[in-house]
Each structure stands twice: as C-alpha cells, then as structure tokens.
Design a protein around this ligand. Structure first.
Ligand code: IPM
Ligand code: SF4
Length: 470
C-alpha cells in the first residue's frame, strides 16, 4: 500500500496502537536545553527515575547564556545562573552529553543537532522546545514537546502521540533573486494564516525544495510551528546524505552505506494520499517581511500596511487593529518607509554559516545606518569559528555590527538581553509576538538578506534595490 513519508516514519516507531488515533511511539533521541530540559532532568531525579539511554540524550546551553564576549555562568537573565548550574549538575549526574558554555560545539539546540549529525533521516527526535520541527528538514520525525513529556521520554524511550493528519505543501516554480527559504515560509503563513497547518504534519516538497540546500531547508521547517503544524519534514535526498557524511554522530565505514541504503527508502510513494495539499508558485514570492504581531502578518516588502477594515473575518480584523497600535503603524504606511533602530541576525531560524555569508556579502564595503543597533549572533560556536576563518566577522564589525558569542540571545526576551522599549527591529528570527524581543519591542521578521539591507538603509528595505545600486 502506498504510504506518505510520515506514515513510514510512524509505522517504524509504533510500539503499540492506543485508543483512537493515538500511538505509543519509540523515541530515538532526546535533546534538552537549560531552560526546559533542566526541569525535566531535575524532576526525573527527584522522582527517583533514571535516563534509560543516556547515550541517546543531549543537552544544549543556549537559551539563558549571555552572548556577550567573555561570558561565563553569570547572565543578565534573572536567576539564570541557577538554571545554568543546575543543568550542568543534572546533565553530569545523568551522564548525558552536554554541550556546555565553553564547549567548542556549544550553540542553539536546533543548530547543534544537525551540525553534529545527531538528527538523521528516519529517526524520531524530541526536545522540550517548539522549534524542534526545524530538524524535520533532514527527514526525521522531530517535534517539540513539554517538560513532563520530556521526562517520560527520558525514562521510557516512548511517548504517546495523537496521530496528526497529513498535508503536503508543494513549492513549484523558481525563486526570484533576493528570495530565500525565509521568504517562502513567511509567504505561506501570510497566505494561509498562522493556524493554517493546525492538526497536520507537513511534508514540504516540489522543485524548489529539491533546489534548496540543507541549511535553507532547516530555515523552512523551523517555522512549521508558526504555521501551527505538528511538525514539518522533507524527504532526504543526495543533498541530505552529502550534508551528513562525516559528521561526528553519523554512522561511518560500512554502517554509512547501510544507513544511506535505508534512508533512500524514506519518501512519499507516488500514489500516497495526503489529507490536504497546497501548491505555492514560487515565482510569485517577493522578499517578505512582517508588519504586525503574528507571523501571518506577512507581506511582500513592496506592499503597504493593510487596513483592518478590508478584512472580512472579525477576529482577524480586531487582531490587525491591535497589531497596528502595538507596532505604531497606520494602514497605508509603505513598508520600505519604516525607519528601524535595531537589526538582528541570529536564532535557530537564520544563523547558520550560509545565512552569515549572505548577510556579509551585502554588508561588504557598506555601513550600518546611524541610529541603528545591529547585532549578529552566530547559531553555534562552530558557525562562529567558521565565519571567523572566512573573515566574515571583520565584514560585520567593519559595517558596524556587534559580533557575539552563540546562543538564543535576542531572539526571545527572558529578562536578559533585549532591544529597548518600542525599538523597531528587523530580525531574522521566527516570532514577532508582543514583547518577544523586549518590553514593547516592535519586531519585523525577515530574511538575513533583508535584515542586512535594512540595517544599511536604516529602514525596512527591499534587498533588490540595494543590489541594483552596487
Ligand atoms: C523557551 C522555549 C521553551 C521556547 C520554545 O519552546 O520555543 C523558546 O525556544 C522560544 O522560541 O520561544
Ligand atoms: S533561537 Fe529563539 S526560537 Fe530558536 S530555540 Fe532559541 S529562543 Fe527558541
């Protein structure tokens, strides 16, 4: 019988069918971080339970650590030092692999996992963090869970899961210049709404997905959760195998060949049926930014702020009005005329080496506009080192960007690092919720290319207008 990729992954991991559409799934890998993972580890410890397979559990230090140069356990996050030290102690006691602050492999969990080859095609991977969906880009079933579920997975290697419906989003056509995976996902969410993927596991497919490199696929899957999907995934292909080969946790020698032979069976059969299909014509996508406080408030950079009066859905219209007030905007304001005071390149969405290369290419020989605080936070310490080896740090610094240590940093405000009150920030992150980057900060989501171009022009910018001026 024809099966979707998701069904293949589900069947491989099904330990037993429970009531209704619920299954007990085998969990191959658990990733933790110091904010929610530490809670799961401590709670397990106080219940007197053990981590069943410590060799398959990993922990990152990313959410609470500062990203200022010369950092240590001290952090601006209130009671953050306690989280950091508790995590370290609990990870050591449980004998799991911790990527600690001073570990050269330290970084944001969803950057570190693919980088180390911990996530692999065909595996189930869970993490008490909503953006675990990023890792589906490698053909794994990877999804975000809560701390108590993490505790259960750590102790039993299993989890109860309500089987999601299946959706395929096919990206056809070709991407125009200046348009990236970030623009694709913002465009999708802008077109179908932030709840558009609710109840579904989404397979991203189509000619444009085949063209995307692995880092771009990670960016795309990263925001599946902003579309309210259970998770996102992409069938592994020769690019996936080439990306993984030689990474520390990936099978080597004879086992590599066997692994690839198995991974090659992981795709949706031609006749497989999905509960829903969406087709997106990529030729229509322009560089896309958000104007409001939901990822669905996304528009082409050439557009103007919309009028809530033109929205038929009452709830949407009310949310738009509220967003306009919060963002300090009026209907009709041209997006490219919005002056910014902050620019941020970082987060598990867009802080990998390819993102930094794109941004640096735009910043080369240019200066960040006056009055703009611009910050770059590489997604992992390895990305940072690679960027430095390529001289990208010098480009960022010469342009006027701060060059930081790796971590979640200003992607989300945890009481520590932030942009100031009502600052207008263009950001390569994934959430533009109220106060996400600091009290009343106004966040505009965009690709790293758009962030770099906007930093230079001091306003939201169409990267294509800058390219023309070279
Ligand atoms: C703190 C953590 C649980 C949270 C998440 O689940 O996503 C964070 O990473 C975020 O992006 O808001
Ligand atoms: S970088 Fe941001 S979105 Fe990603 S895990 Fe950290 S806080 Fe969450």
């Amino acid at each position: 019988m024809s099966q979707t990729l998701f069904e293949k992954l589900w069947q491989r991991h099904l330990v037993s069918e429970l009531d209704g559409d619920t299954g007990l799934l085998y969990i191959d890998r658990v990733f933790l971080h110091e904010r929610t993972g530490s809670i799961a580890l401590k709670s397990l410890e106080s219940d007197g339970r053990q981590v069943k397979r410590p060799d398959q559990v990993f922990c990152a230090m990313d959410h609470i650590v500062d990203t200022l140069p010369g950092r240590n356990d001290e952090t601006l996050v209130p009671s953050g030092k306690n989280f950091i030290q508790t995590t370290r102690q609990a990870a050591h006691a449980a004998e799991i692999q911790l990527f600690d602050i001073d570990d050269p492999r330290q970084g944001i969990v969803h950057v570190v996992s693919p980088e180390q080859g911990i996530v692999q095609p065909g595996l189930t991977l869970v993490c008490p963090d909503s953006h675990t969906c990023s890792q589906g880009a490698l053909g794994a079933l990877a999804w975000g869970i809560g701390s108590s579920e993490a505790e259960h997975a750590l102790a039993t290697k299993t989890l109860r899961v309500n089987k999601p419906k299946t959706m395929r989003v096919r990206f056809d056509g070709k991407l125009a210049d200046g348009v990236t995976a970030k623009d694709m996902i913002l465009h999708l969410i802008g077109s179908y709404g932030a709840a558009g993927g609710s109840g579904y596991v989404i397979e991203f497919a189509g000619a444009v997905i085949t063209e995307l490199d692995i880092e771009a696929r990670l960016t795309l899957c990263n925001m599946a959760v902003e579309f309210s999907a259970f998770t996102g995934l992409i069938a592994p292909d020769s690019k996936t195998f080439a990306y993984l080969q030689g990474r520390p946790y990936v099978p080597a020698g004879e086992a590599w060949g066997q692994a690839v032979a198995d991974w090659q069976t992981l795709y949706s059969d031609e006749q497989a049926e999905f509960d829903r299909e969406i087709v997106v014509d990529c030729t229509e996508i322009a560089p896309t930014v958000t104007w409001g406080t939901s990822p669905e408030h996304a528009l082409a950079i050439t557009a103007s702020v919309p009028d809530p009066g033109g929205e038929a859905d009452v709830h949407r219209s009310q949310a738009m009005t509220k967003a306009l007030t919060y963002m300090g905007l009026k209907p009709g304001d041209k997006l490219t005329e919005l002056a910014i005071t902050g620019a941020f390149i970082g987060s598990c969405t867009n802080s990998r080496i390819s993102d930094l290369r794109v941004a640096a290419n735009i910043l080369k020989g240019r200066q960040v506009a006056e009055g703009v605080t611009a910050i770059c936070v590489p997604g992992s310490s390895l990305v940072k080192r690679q960027a430095e080896a390529e001289g990208l740090d010098s480009v960022f610094k010469a342009a006027g960007f701060e060059w930081r240590e790796s971590g979640c940093s200003m992607c989300f405000f945890a009481g520590g690092e932030s942009f100031g009150y009502r600052e207008r920030v263009v950001t390569s992150t994934n959430r533009n919720f109220e106060s996400r980057q600091g009290p009343e900060t106004r966040s505009h989501l965009a690709s790293p290319a758009t962030v770099a171009a906007s930093a230079v022009l001091g306003r939201l910018a169409d990267v294509r207008e800058l390219e023309k001026r070279i």
